[in-house]
Design a protein around this ligand. Structure first.
Ligand code: PRT
Ligand code: ZN
Length: 223
C-alpha cells in the first residue's frame, strides 16, 4: 500500500459504523469510487485525483498526523482520544459531517436519580477511552481507577472487573440489555473530516481545497 504521491489520500474506515456513510458522502460529492489494491485496502476515485485508504478507524489519526494521508474521516471520539496522547496537534478538524453521532457516557447499575458524580470517588471504571475519561475525572476532581478494555466494556460490571463503565452510546439498547443506566455525559461525538497539519504541497493543497468545497456543499444541502 505505498501511496501514489501524484494523488491525494483520504483515510476512511474499512468496515464498520462509519464506512458506508463515508463512501456515500464522497459519492454525493460527485466522486466515482472503484475498488482497487490487494485485500481491498485501497480504492480510487476515477474522476478525481484521490485514493482512499481503507483502514481501522483507530489508525486514521496516525495516518493523517504523519501525512501518509492528507485527509481522513473519523469519529471525534477516536480523534480526541488520539490527540490527548500527543504533545503537539498535528491534525486539524475541518468539518462536522452529521453522521456517526454518539456520546461517551459513564454508566452503572444504579438509577440516575440515586447517582451523583461523587459516587465515583475510589471506584473502578472500565473504558476503551482512558484519556477522555481521565480528563473528565481530573477536571471534576474525582479520584477513580480507570481500567482500560479494548472491547465488551459493557460486561465489566457483571464480570466484577469494574463497578462502572464509560462507553459509547447511541440508542441505549446495549446499556439496557446489560442492566446499566447512563449516568454522566463525558464527550459528544460525530464523524468529522480531518486534515494533516503537515505542509501539503501546492498542487495537492488545491485538490484538497476543491474536495473540501464539494463536501461542504453536500453537508449544506443535507442540513
Ligand atoms: O474495526 P474498526 O476498529 O475500524 O471499528 P470499531 O469496531 O472500532 O468501530 P465501530 O465501527 O463500532 O465504530 C466506529 C465509530 O462509529 C466510533 O468510533 C464512533 O465514532 C461511531 N459510533 C456511533 C459508534 C456508535 N455510534 C456506537 N453505538 N461506535 C460504537 N458504538 C457501539 C458502542 O461501543 C456500544 O458497544 O455500539 C454499542 C452501543 O450502541 P447502542 O445503540 O446500543 O447504544
Ligand atoms: Zn476501532
Amino acid at each position: 500500500m505505498s501511496p501514489d504521491r501524484n494523488r491525494l489520500h483520504l483515510a476512511i474506515q474499512k468496515s464498520g459504523r462509519l464506512s458506508e456513510q463515508s463512501r456515500d458522502l464522497l459519492k454525493g460529492a460527485g466522486l466515482k469510487l472503484s475498488q482497487s489494491g490487494k485485500n481491498h485496502l485501497a480504492a480510487r476515485a476515477e474522476n478525481f485525483p484521490l485514493d482512499l485508504m481503507l483502514v481501522r478507524d483507530d489508525d486514521i489519526p496516525t495516518f493523517v498526523a504523519d501525512g501518509v494521508c492528507e485527509l481522513g474521516i473519523v469519529g471525534q471520539n477516536v480523534l480526541e482520544e488520539y490527540a490527548l496522547g500527543q504533545p503537539e496537534r498535528r491534525i486539524e478538524e475541518l468539518l462536522r459531517l452529521g453522521f456517526g453521532r454518539c456520546s461517551l457516557r459513564i454508566a452503572g447499575p444504579e438509577s440516575a436519580d440515586e447517582f451523583a458524580l461523587d459516587r465515583l470517588q475510589g471506584q473502578r471504571i472500565a473504558t476503551s477511552y482512558p484519556r477522555l475519561l481521565g480528563r473528565f475525572l481530573e477536571q471534576r476532581g474525582i479520584d477513580a481507577e480507570v481500567v482500560t478494555m479494548r472491547g465488551a466494556v459493557e460486561l465489566a460490571p457483571r464480570l466484577g472487573i469494574a463497578g462502572y463503565i464509560c462507553d459509547l452510546v447511541s440508542t441505549g439498547a446495549t446499556l439496557e440489555a446489560n442492566g446499566l443506566t447512563a449516568l454522566a455525559d463525558v464527550f459528544d461525538s460525530e464523524a468529522v473530516l480531518i486534515r494533516t497539519r503537515r505542509p501539503i504541497d501546492g498542487a495537492h493543497a488545491e485538490k484538497a481545497d476543491a474536495l473540501l468545497t464539494r463536501i461542504e456543499g453536500v453537508i449544506a444541502t443535507a442540513e
